[in-house]
Design a protein around this ligand. Structure first.
Ligand SMILES: [Mg+2]
Length: 463
């Protein structure tokens, strides 16, 4: 009886193998020069290119997935239909994930909880914050060092509150800094009613920060006393033009002054006002944390250099517009170039780039995917220390320089998968410079290819 059952199992596996083989032949046909020239697209709209090598350190393990968002699942406000199809393939009828999945994007400007809600609504699946890696999410690792230090944040969206939610307690936004000294950026505009100023004063205040003396003459009657308090504390040039009665982290808390110079600039997304932020960041860098101080003045007192961190290096990104748009990498080029022109060709002493293709988000993704695998109760094979128990982590992206390069550099078990619905539009089926291990038309085909790859490896591992 047992041997009949065993025979039936072998027969079933043989049939599965033959079916896979037939499918592989179909795939290889789709890679022929004719297909590459586009003639096969009509016949095989979901044809995908080869997985060059099927070596995995853990072929019997489950697959895991990392999806880029812009250009893969959505284009601007439009959800790609293939994204809904891909999500259906990866979830059960009751909405549970079949495999570990993270959404890893070089975008940001919102907290992970809000992005998870947005993805859940748009994709029709339940996405948790633990599945979301935004470009600035790995900056959480900086909190141990920066929690009590003055930090200037740049970027559109809600980055000030995101920075606070990570645990940074003495942050101010370039918008606040610009508003506090309008002559520094005369062509920028500052709304009179800003939501972040009162909130900033509630959370920015730390024990080392000198607050204005509430008993001082004229306290509460305007901005004058507060400004004087900082001037006394710091000895810096007065910051003029802030007429609000509200507290201001620059004026009232003394951030970006000689008493409390900026320690680190975090560019958390591409800013909404490049002129303002490029100007202010250069001011802070050349003044060693004090925008009103000259480079010579900073050197004279031996002020330490400011650290500059960009959350991603993307030169371009894709939205509804027919051509790619400048991303944060373009802003970084602008700031570094301007700094070089101001300083005779120097580069800031400490510049770090986060975001794909850099390693930080990949290491974070591995931790999150492993946690999900345990939570899903997936059977995980025993692996030596340092080896992940996945047959592959399929990193699906549209940007060769970010998604493909990052997955290729991350090493096993990462598998780069390039789609053609975003930044990469050819020529050819794959990118010549950053070549993906799998090149497909869209994200649904990417999931098909990954599941095919998984079945094939499981079959070989059982032989
Ligand atoms: Mg993208």
């Amino acid at each position: 009886m047992a041997s009949r059952h065993h025979g039936r199992q072998i027969f079933c596996r043989a049939v599965t193998f033959l079916l896979e083989k037939l499918r592989t032949q179909h795939i290889l046909q789709a890679q022929s020069p004719v297909a590459a020239a586009g003639h096969a697209t009509q016949q095989h709209p979901r044809a995908y290119a080869s997985i060059h090598t099927l070596n995995s350190p853990c072929p019997s393990g489950p697959p895991a997935f990392s999806f880029d968002i812009d250009g893969v699942l959505v284009r601007g406000k439009v959800v790609l239909p293939e994204a809904l199809e891909a999500m259906q393939k990866l979830t059960t009828s009751d909405g549970r994930w079949r495999y570990p999945v993270v959404f890893m994007t070089n975008g940001g400007g919102v907290c992970e909880e809000r992005k998870a809600q947005e993805l859940s609504t748009r994709l029709g699946v339940r996405v948790t914050p633990e599945q979301v890696i935004l470009s600035h999410t790995p900056m959480r690792d900086l909190v141990a060092e920066l929690a009590q230090r003055p930090v200037l944040v740049s970027g559109r969206g809600d980055v000030l509150n995101v920075a606070r939610s990570y645990g940074l307690q003495r942050v101010l936004h370039t918008r606040q800094l610009g508003r506090a000294m309008p002559a520094a950026t005369p062509f920028s505009t500052y709304p009179t009613d800003s939501e972040e100023v009162p909130a900033a004063t509630r959370t920015v205040a730390g024990p080392a920060v000198e607050l204005p003396d509430p008993a001082g003459a004229g306290a509460g009657a305007g901005g004058g006393e507060g400004r004087s308090a900082v001037d006394r504390a710091s000895g810096s040039i007065p910051l003029s033009g802030f007429g609000s009665e509200r507290l201001c982290p620059v004026r009232d808390l003394g951030l970006a002054t000689e008493a409390h110079p900026i320690d680190t600039v975090l560019v958390m997304t591409d800013p909404d006002d490049w002129y303002r932020d490029a100007q202010l960041i250069c001011d802070v860098l050349t003044g060693a944390g004090v925008p009103t101080r000259s480079a010579a003045g900073a050197a004279a007192v031996g002020a330490p250099h400011v650290k500059l961190v960009f959350s991603n290096p993307d030169l371009l990104w894709a939205n509804e517009f027919p051509k790619n748009r400048f991303g944060q990498g373009a802003f970084a080029h602008m700031v570094l170039s301007l700094f070089g022109r101001l300083t005779g060709g120097c580069r800031p002493s400490h510049v770090t780039f986060y975001g794909k293709p850099n390693p930080q988000p990949y290491r974070l993704a591995e931790r999150l995917l492993l946690t999900q695998a345990w939570q899903l109760g997936l059977p995980l094979p025993e692996v030596p220390p340092g080896v992940l128990p996945f047959s592959g982590i399929y990193a699906v992206g549209d940007n060769p320089a970010a998604d493909v390069r990052g997955a290729n550099q991350a090493g096993n078990p990462w598998v780069s998968v390039l789609v053609r619905t975003g930044v990469f539009q050819g020529p050819g089926t794959n990118c010549d410079v950053d070549t993906a291990r799998v090149a497909v038309d869209d994200v649904a085909a990417a999931v098909d290819a990954a599941l095919h790859h998984t079945r094939s490896m499981h079959w070989h591992s059982m032989r």
